[in-house]
Every structure is written in structure tokens, then in C-alpha cells.
Write a protein that binds this ligand. Structure first.
Ligand code: AP5
Length: 218
């Protein structure tokens, strides 16, 4: 199953990708996570990406496409993948189509998650992440059992640097300008669906599974 999760920052792509990854036993491929690892490791690519990420802008298509091209060749992506945060521009989407065609593959589902901006700001303003395993929390709606400590692996839970109010606003602006056109790009293709993500994570998950043919009714 080759899945793209499309949607604005903070809509819940990472939350849903982790659940789908466990259910389908295919990797969650998050360009944001890959870029943050590169930044934290201080690699040349990380140094190149850092300024754009801190400012809420997009990293260049060339850099991100290079990362994805290599990641999709890995053994664990042979039976499918969940792309979380990629593609983010029409150029990235066109390249992904070409890459998949070269290996006689295609996308099975493009699931577009939506929520109003005020809900996104609420989610991102309270989000906290585990520094080791990437588990996602929210300070009011899904707090870790012990403040600052990950329920899953016991490491530290921290805020993301780009989850400050002004950078959230910039990320939403960049999404509207550069990523929202992808809805038009994918709409009408088989496997495309727009899903309201304002309900609870469990409820959103049930909708996604139904669309993927694995729900109780599917
Ligand atoms: P990235 O890491 O991809 O960030 P993003 O797209 O802004 O998405 P987020 O991770 O912020 O949100 P999410 O949708 O995963 O929500 P989450 O599940 O965490 O990218 C970061 C940066 O890297 C970019 O700004 C850019 O610079 C660069 N980059 C990455 N990919 C790139 C690309 N392809 N091209 C160029 N540059 C790229 O949930 C958020 C919060 O809401 C959590 O607290 C969660 O608990 C809560 N929540 C989730 N679902 C629900 C629900 N249903 N109800 C209530 N709360 C919920």
C-alpha cells in the first residue's frame, strides 16, 4: 500500500501515519523528521535546511527529492510506505509520480486531512514530541502521564522550535501558497479523498481505515 498523507501543518498527519504504519507494517516516511535528524546531527544537508525550517519556509525541492529518492529505495519500503509531509510542491509531486512509474509502482491512496486554522494553531501551540522515539503528545488533549517524560520510551518530551505562534502563521501561509495546489493535482485521481480531521484521532483513524478498505464497513 503506497499512501500519501496530505494536509496543513498540525492537522495530524504524523499522528495518523504512526497508527497506519503499525497496522499495515509499512514505514512512515516523514521528510520533516528526516530533515530534523539531519539538522540535529549537523550534517551538510542539515546545515543547508536549518534556516528555512526555523523560519517556517520550505527546504529546496532538490534536497527533499534527493532524500526521498534514497529512502524509497530502502528494503523496508518495498511493500509500501506512508509519505507524511511529502510531496509539498507540485514539482515534488511530479517527481514522485515519475519515480514510482520508473519502478512500476503507483500511489494507492492520497488522503487529504483538513481542519480549520484555529484548530491547527491550538494543536501546534500545545504539541510536544519525544526526542528519541518521536511519540506525539499535546499538553491538554493528550499529555504524557508524567510531565516531560515520554510514555513510550521514557525519554524527554519537548516543544518543537517551529511551533511558536509567528512561525505557525508562516507555515500556514506557505502551505496555502505552495502545498494547497496539490489538492487540485490529486483530486479526481482514484484513491484521493478529503477527510475532515476535526474529530478525535481515533475517529479520524476509523475514517482513514474505512477509505483504505480496512474499516468495519470496508
Ligand atoms: P513537518 O515536520 O512535516 O511539519 P508539518 O507539515 O508542519 O506537520 P507537523 O509535523 O507540524 O504536523 P502533523 O500534521 O504531523 O500533526 P501531528 O500529528 O504532529 O515539516 C517541518 C519543516 O520541514 C517544514 O516547515 C519545512 O521547512 C521542512 N519540510 C518537511 N517536508 C518538506 C518537504 N516535502 N519539502 C520542503 N520542506 C519540507 O499533530 C499535531 C498536534 O495535534 C499534536 O499535539 C497531536 O497530539 C494533536 N492531534 C493530532 N490529531 C488530533 C486530533 N484528531 N484531534 C486533536 N488533536 C490532535
Amino acid at each position: 500500500m503506497n499512501i500519501v498523507l496530505l494536509g496543513p501543518p498540525g492537522v495530524g498527519k504524523g499522528t495518523q501515519a504512526k497508527i497506519l504504519s503499525t497496522i499495515y507494517q509499512i514505514p512512515q516516511i516523514s521528510t520533516g523528521d528526516m530533515l530534523r535528524s539531519a539538522v540535529n546531527a549537523g550534517t551538510p544537508l542539515g546545515l543547508q535546511a536549518k534556516a528555512q525550517m526555523q523560519a517556517g519556509g520550505l527546504v529546496s525541492d532538490d534536497v527533499v527529492i534527493g532524500l526521498i529518492r534514497e529512502r524509497l529505495r530502502a528494503e523496508d519500503a518495498r511493500n509500501g510506505f506512508i509519505l507524511d509531509g511529502f510531496p509539498r510542491t507540485v514539482a515534488q509531486a511530479e517527481t514522485l509520480d515519475r519515480m514510482l512509474a520508473e519502478s512500476q509502482q503507483q500511489l494507492d491512496a492520497v488522503l487529504h486531512l483538513t481542519a480549520p486554522d484555529e484548530e491547527i494553531v491550538r494543536r501546534l501551540s500545545g504539541r510536544a514530541l519525544c526526542t528519541r522515539c518521536g511519540a506525539i503528545f499535546h499538553q491538554s488533549s493528550n499529555p504524557p502521564r508524567q510531565a516531560g517524560v515520554c510514555d513510550v520510551c521514557g525519554d524527554s518530551v519537548v516543544r518543537r522550535e517551529d511551533d511558536s505562534p509567528e512561525i505557525i502563521r508562516e507555515r500556514l501561509r506557505v502551505y496555502a501558497q505552495q502545498t494547497a495546489p496539490l489538492v487540485q493535482y490529486y483530486a479526481g485521481r482514484s484513491g484521493y479523498a478529503s477527510v475532515s480531521a476535526v474529530e478525535s484521532p481515533d475517529s479520524v483513524q476509523a475514517t482513514l481505515l474505512r477509505l483504505l478498505g480496512r474499516g468495519r464497513d470496508g
